[in-house]
Design a protein around this ligand. Sequence first.
Ligand SMILES: [Zn+2]
Length: 337
Amino acid sequence: MHAIRIHQPGDPSVLVYEEVSNPEPGPGEVRVRLRAAGVNHRDIWVRQGAFGAFSEPLIPGSDGAGEIDALGPGARDYAVGQKVVISPGVSCGRCVFCLSGQQNSCPHYRILDGTYAEQIVVPVQNVVPMPSGLTFIEAASIGIPFVTAEDFLTRAQAVSGQTIVVWGANGGVGLATIQLARIRGMRILAIVRSNAFVERLKQVGASDVIVWDGKALLTPDILNMTGSKGCDIVVDSLGQISFMQSLDMVRRGGTVISVGSTAGGKIQMELGQFFRRRLTMLGAYMGSSAILPRILTLFARGTLVPEIDKTFPLQEARDAHIHMESQRLFGKIVLDI
Ligand SMILES: [Zn+2]
């Protein structure tokens, strides 16, 4: 089969399209002939070596969709040819967290890599039936952003009538948050860096859109828009350049969700600002395995709609990463395999 492999961490040029041997499914595993792979910011961290160097060449990519093309011994419930979506969270399946549906709190939890390829072998619990009505490209765009956003909105007890602020609203997690907050009946204040996205964000569900120059303090705008109260929840995927503002714009007793640090991860804060104002800080990283099948149903019904920015052939994964790093995207980048 063909795959994109990384031999050593670096810039997009380390993504090499090459021929590799076909993986064979072992006991309890299935092999999927992938037709599409979603590109996530995590893939850039992997490529750059943020999770460590590689002992052997690594195939990046965590989201994907395709058809089962081989079953390992004991892999029941699926048939060759069945269309499936990859569920990217891997956990032990036995600990108290796994058994209570909080797989992403399992001590052995990890996100799998390997979807930038024509084939992938995964445990049978890491595939979910793909509903009809979705294309492979659409199905591959959903996993990480929607599972993550649904998980943190549930943990933050986000409910109808609340106001939520979303930084980086045009990215994958940003748009997933907006769509899921919209169906919860929330008021959504979306922050973006470009005028070009304002109308589309409103179509997706943003109540108001703030175009940010990357420097201005937005707290006064948020206070103005919320009758001086501040927002109930703020979703921060940028980190260093936005997090202190997030603490300021949330109401007393509100929740600040940290779901990434695409603009750097170092902050310095005065703890009084946190405890005296009774804030909740919530770290978000993927979600329960139960979420993806439920979310896919909402896509199949048309309650949620995939937002695809651009597709690239698998061979052009480098260009896909360059486009992602430009941050001039609206929605997901997907590799067509
Ligand atoms: Zn576990």
